[in-house]
Design a protein around this ligand. Structure first.
Ligand SMILES: [Zn+2]
Ligand SMILES: [Zn+2]
Length: 140
């Protein structure tokens, strides 16, 4: 058991935006939905979700607001300066904040539990872990 947890940090490419969490992520998953593909410009998004009250964000963000496939309003934020995709927040889960895992400080151990929206997965992407997979979201 780890007894020396300090905190987790993340930043965008230009370091204008920084993120700190004082507690470990509640949930980590890989999302293959089309919105995440567009947001991160990758074939899928690796997301770590933290309790909002455990987190702090500094820096200027630009945001886009979209309707998710499940009817929630999703706010996606990126660095206003360099455009790095950083945060994802949904009205369905107002207490948790999603962080794009690639922005977390090096050596961060991303440990997903689910793959979601596998129905929209990019052809050719092979899921190699044995996490549970969902055609849509895990709560639908
Ligand atoms: Zn930046
Ligand atoms: Zn997604």
């Amino acid at each position: 058991m780890q007894t020396t947890f300090t905190h987790i940090t993340a930043s965008c490419q230009c370091k204008q935006v920084t993120f700190t969490a004082v507690k470990p992520a509640l949930l980590e998953l890989v999302c293959h939905c089309v919105d995440c593909q567009r947001f991160t410009e990758h074939s899928f998004a690796k997301l770590s979700f933290f309790k909002v009250t455990d987190t702090q964000v500094r820096g200027e963000l630009s945001q886009e607001i979209l309707q998710s496939n499940t009817g929630n309003t999703v706010t996606r934020q990126r660095c206003k300066q360099c455009g790095t995709a950083m945060f994802d927040q949904s009205t369905g889960f107002p207490d948790i904040k999603g962080v794009v895992s690639e922005t977390l400080a090096p050596l961060y151990q991303f440990n997903p539990r689910f793959h979601i929206w596998v129905s929209q997965k990019v052809e050719g992407v092979i899921i190699e872990d044995d996490c549970k997979q969902f055609e849509k979201n895990f709560y639908v």
